[in-house]
Design a protein around this ligand. Structure first.
Ligand code: F6P
Length: 323
């Protein structure tokens, strides 16, 4: 292989730049030219590719966002759109692709490979940590730490005013960020897709807290399929109780920004090198991930469709620690 291209797609995640850097540097190390595609599949369709030398990624490992920009492309969902993208890649003599993104990115990559045969390897880049075949995804650790910092600050004001705060975190339909930041932030109750906590459970937990003379409480809510989950739950609890001073904070896109943590930089670097070396060894339609501290390649099909379960022990622990 003489030439490959790299792109980021879907929701950005801290550590994507560290991954791009690893792809550019490891390909260069193996005497392969690298092209960067701007704005994911959207830019691929429009031929927005440029050559990336090793120096193009200097001073980027610590930066949040993605220097290649990102987008969610509706045109790439059509065969016509994918054909245009393939023609553009051929025009640039691209022989392999590294796709950094989440399940939407890999779903599109899988179809693209099936239709045109171009070798593609993915790196798991999403704050949601909802990809099978890797213990963690790039950006997740940073997002959890960002959420934790916010929870700590909210706890200060909650405690001063004897208030109950409903805090909504991201994760689409996965509760990883909620569970991890909830445990770290000492939340009284966590509402996530992986547990079946009802409004009644929240009220009971808050009553229990009062009995134990807790002045404030944090209810950590995973956004679920749509943002606004916490607002809805807080209104239900307010309507069913008396005397609770409730406030809602939605952390939103703050969780997607910021300088990546050490763990995210290392994960990004390892999977970036893994993707390039996988392509050079003839692998395709797989994701490079880290499981039990080992680099593993998981077929896109499994990475997208298999459910990565949340450790039930963590959920049990929340009940013990929040009394
Ligand atoms: O997949 C990452 C993510 O941040 C989810 O947690 C969230 O549901 C979604 O993207 C938000 O997407 P957008 O930035 O397009 O509003």
């Amino acid at each position: 292989m003489k030439r490959m291209a790299v792109f980021t797609s879907g929701g950005d995640a801290p550590g994507m730049n560290a991954c791009i850097r690893a792809v550019v540097r490891s390909a260069t190390y193996h005497n392969v030219e690298v092209f960067g595609v701007m704005r994911g599949y959207e830019g691929m369709i429009r031929g927005r590719l440029h050559r990336m030398e090793s120096s193009a990624v200097s001073n980027t490992i610590q930066k949040g966002g993605t220097i290649l920009k990102s987008a969610r492309s509706s045109e790439f969902k059509t065969h016509e759109g994918r054909k245009k993208a393939y023609q553009q890649l051929r025009h640039f003599d691209i022989e392999g692709l590294v796709a950094i993104g989440g399940d939407g990115t890999f779903t599109a990559a899988k179809v693209f490979h099936e239709e045109f045969g171009l070798p593609i390897i993915g790196c798991p880049g999403t704050i949601d940590n909802d990809i099978y075949g890797t213990d963690y995804t790039i950006g997740y650790d940073t997002a959890v730490n960002t959420a934790l910092e916010a929870i700590d600050k909210i706890r200060d004001t909650a405690d001063s005013h004897n208030r109950v705060f409903f805090i909504e975190v991201m994760g689409r339909d996965s509760g990883y960020i909620a569970v991890q930041s909830g445990i770290g932030g000492g939340a009284e109750i966590i509402v996530s897709p992986e547990n079946s906590n009802t409004t009644e459970d929240i009220i009971n937990a808050l009553r229990k807290g009062k009995l134990h003379h807790k002045a404030s409480a944090i209810v950590l809510v995973a956004e679920g399929e749509v943002m606004g989950n916490a607002t809805k739950l807080a209104a239900e609890v307010q309507a069913a109780t008396e005397g609770l001073d409730i406030r809602v904070t939605t952390l939103g896109h703050i969780q997607r920004g910021g300088s990546p943590t050490a763990s995210d930089r290392i994960l990004a670097s390892r999977t970036g090198v893994g993707a390039v070396e996988g392509l050079l060894n003839g692998k395709t339609s797989v994701m490079a991930g880290i499981q039990n501290n080992h680099l593993v390649y998981t077929p896109f099909d499994e990475a997208i469709n298999k459910k990565k379960p949340i450790n039930q022990e963590l959920l049990r622990m929340v009940k013990i620690l929040s009394i």
